[in-house]
Design a protein around this ligand. Structure first.
Ligand SMILES: *Cc1c(COP(=O)(O)O)cnc(C)c1O
Length: 231
């Protein structure tokens, strides 16, 4: 079993070396950020192998796929939702997820709030920002972010923990920098009941840059599990 999936061990070793080198270069403590394993299209047995290697944070993109794998998952891992989320699907993930990183509109926030209250929990969320202003991407526009955060801050069933982004791949460096600025700006002008503890950014192609720009959660799929057949 372990042998069959040993490419994950090898991949993780490379990532850990890169992380250590980058953290050292930019003077960050390696414990000041976390590595998330992004599991889309990956068989649950392989995900569990990664969990056994110490990857205790999983990122899920699709509600349906998560529901089909959930039973098999090692329960010692924490699971965050990171994909585009339709309002009518929130009910399936309100219990199993410990964070929803992809909140970008008030309608979705209201439904998360309603269901969280019904389940007697407070859901941690991140607001997803469309930092590159790309039509194809989810996320709130940077100039609408503060308004959204203020509206969500009133909701008893939600605790805002920070921001998430997927920058345009071709200009990652510039947009990671802009995202860091936006994050620090919001953080320094404190919004009551809104925490800016988490900045989720950095994927396989840009996680080292993201660490330099202050990411607290890097989300890696391909670099860990190999190339996917679909996205
Ligand atoms: C797929 C995905 C990732 C991981 O991307 P890789 O390039 O495979 O590392 C990270 N975040 C989100 C939101 C994703 O959908």
């Amino acid at each position: 079993m372990a042998d069959k999936f040993c490419y994950v061990d090898e991949n993780l070793k490379v990532i850990n070396e890169n992380i250590a080198e980058t953290a050292d270069k930019c003077g960050r403590d390696i414990n000041s950020f976390r590595l998330m394993a992004v599991t889309k299209t990956v068989a649950p047995e392989i995900v569990n192998h990664a969990v056994n290697l110490g990857l205790k944070l999983l990122g899920e993109n699709r509600v349906q796929e998560f529901l089909s794998k959930q039973e098999i998952y090692d329960k010692s891992a924490e699971v965050h939702f990171i994909g585009h989320l339709q309002t009518n699907k929130v009910k399936y993930i309100i219990e199993p997820m410990s964070m929803i990183q992809s909140v970008d509109n008030i309608k979705l926030a209201k439904e998360i709030n309603r269901l969280a209250i019904a389940h007697n929990k407070v859901m941690d969320i991140l607001c997803e920002v469309n930092i590159g202003g790309e039509d194809s991407k989810s996320g709130v526009a940077p100039d609408r972010l503060r308004e959204l955060l203020e509206q969500i801050s009133e909701m008893q069933g939600i605790k805002v923990k920070g921001l998430m982004t997927i920058p345009p791949p071709s200009n990652s460096d510039i947009f990671l920098g802009r995202m860091a600025e936006l994050f620090n700006d919001i953080k320094s002008t404190e919004i009551p009941a809104v925490a800016m503890d988490e900045l989720s950014m950095g994927m396989t192609h840009d996680y080292q840059q993201a660490i330099k720009y202050g990411s607290t959660i890097i989300r890696i799929g391909t670099g860990l599990f190999g190339i996917r057949n679909y996205n």
